[in-house]
Design a protein around this ligand. Structure first.
Ligand code: URA
Length: 298
C-alpha cells in the first residue's frame, strides 16, 4: 500500500510521515544541542522574558541588544560549589598576611571592612608588579553592593587615575551597567590584581595567587549577591578553573565563601568586546541572565 503523504507547510510539498518525523526529531536534537551549548538545560516553554524598553533602548546604543536566548535560565554549573575559603594549592608566602584579612574583616561589614583591607594593602610591595605601577588600584563603588564586577588588572588609565575601569574598556562597562539599569556607584567594581602589569601583560600565577586574598576579603566585606567576572582571568580565579571563558560563560555558577553561597556569572571582558563586536550578543545574554536572577532574588 502506498504510504500516506502529508503536506509540509514550509516546503509546500507532500512528505512521507516517517521521513517527516525523522527530520523533526533531527531538528529537535540540533536545537536541544544548541540550547545545551548555551547553558539552557531544558526546552523553554514560552518566549524569553524581555526587559523594559528603556533598558533595551539604551543597550541598543551601547551593546547593540539582540534577540536573546532565555534570560531566566540560571543553571549552576557545579553540583558542589567551589569553596573559596579553602586555600589554593601552590600559594606563596605573600598571602599569609592577606589570609589574616579573614580575621580583620567580618562578613558584610561593608565600608569599614573595605577601609581595613585598603589599609592592610597599603603601598603594596608584596610582588614585582609594584616596581612598574604608579599606584595600587583598590576598587570603587557601593560597599554593600548586591552586584560586584571583577576584572583582571588595572591598565594604564586606571594606574594613573587610581580607579578601576576608567579607560576605553571602562567606558564600555559603564554603558553596560546603564543598560542593566545601574550607575557605577550602585555596584562595586574591582579587579583580581590591584597593580598594573607592565605593558598590560597577562598576570602571572604567583601574582594572581598573591593578590586574590585581597579580592576575597573585599567579597567578604561587601557580601554581594552576585558577582560578574569580566574576562578569563577573573572567572578562572574565582571558579578555580582552567576552562576557557567561552566555556565558563553562558550560565550561572556558585561559589562559597565562609559558608555563604554567592552566584557568579562569567562573561567576556569589555576590552575583548571593543575588538570583537560579535561578542556583544553573548555578553548581553549574560547580563540579562544576571538581571533576571536579581529580579528573582530581591
Ligand atoms: N581592565 C581590567 O581588567 N580592569 C581595569 O580596571 C581596567 C581594564
Amino acid at each position: 500500500m502506498a504510504k500516506e503523504k502529508t503536506h509540509s507547510i514550509e516546503q509546500g510539498e507532500a512528505q512521507d510521515p516517517a521521513e517527516e518525523l525523522a527530520s523533526l526529531v533531527g531538528a529537535l536534537r540540533t536545537h536541544l544541542g544548541w540550547l545545551t551549548e548555551r547553558g539552557v538545560p531544558y526546552l523553554p516553554a514560552a518566549p524569553s522574558p524581555r526587559f523594559s524598553e528603556p533598558v533595551a533602548e539604551s543597550v541598543a546604543e551601547s551593546v547593540q541588544a539582540p534577540d536573546v536566548a532565555p534570560a531566566n535560565a540560571p543553571t549552576h554549573a557545579h553540583a558542589r560549589p567551589v569553596d573559596l575559603s579553602e586555600p589554593r594549592g601552590g600559594v606563596s608566602d605573600q598571602t599569609s598576611s592577606a589570609e589574616d584579612l579573614a580575621t580583620l574583616t567580618s562578613p558584610g561589614v561593608g565600608a569599614s571592612g573595605l577601609a581595613r583591607i585598603r589599609e592592610c594593602l597599603g603601598d603594596c610591595h608584596r610582588c614585582g608588579l609594584s616596581q612598574d605601577r604608579v599606584q595600587v588600584v583598590f576598587g570603587q563603588g557601593a560597599p554593600d553592593a548586591d552586584l560586584l564586577f571583577v576584572g583582571e588588572a588595572p591598565g594604564r588609565d586606571e594606574d594613573l587615575a587610581g580607579e578601576p575601569f576608567v579607560g576605553a574598556a571602562g567606558k564600555l562597562l559603564t554603558k553596560m551597567l546603564k543598560a542593566m539599569g545601574f550607575d557605577r556607584d550602585q555596584v562595586y567594581i574591582g579587579n583580581v590584581i590591584k597593580c598594573r602589569p607592565p605593558r598590560n601583560r597577562n598576570p602571572l600565577p604567583e601574582e594572581l595567587a598573591g593578590c586574590e586574598p585581597f579580592l576575597l576579603a573585599q567579597i567578604r566585606a561587601i557580601q554581594p549577591k552576585i558577582i560578574v567576572t569580566l574576562g578569563r582571568f577573573a572567572a578562572q580565579a574565582l571558579l578555580r578553573s582552567d576552562e576557557s571563558i567561552g566555556r565558563l560563560r553562558g550560565r550561572l555558577h556558585s561559589v562559597v565563601l565562609d559558608g555563604r553561597e554567592v552566584v557568579l556569572a562569567p562573561t567576556y571582558h569589555p576590552a575583548y568586546l571593543l575588538r570583537n563586536a560579535q561578542a556583544k550578543r553573548p555578553v548581553w545574554e549574560d547580563l540579562q541572565r544576571v538581571m533576571a536572577w536579581l529580579k528573582e532574588h530581591p
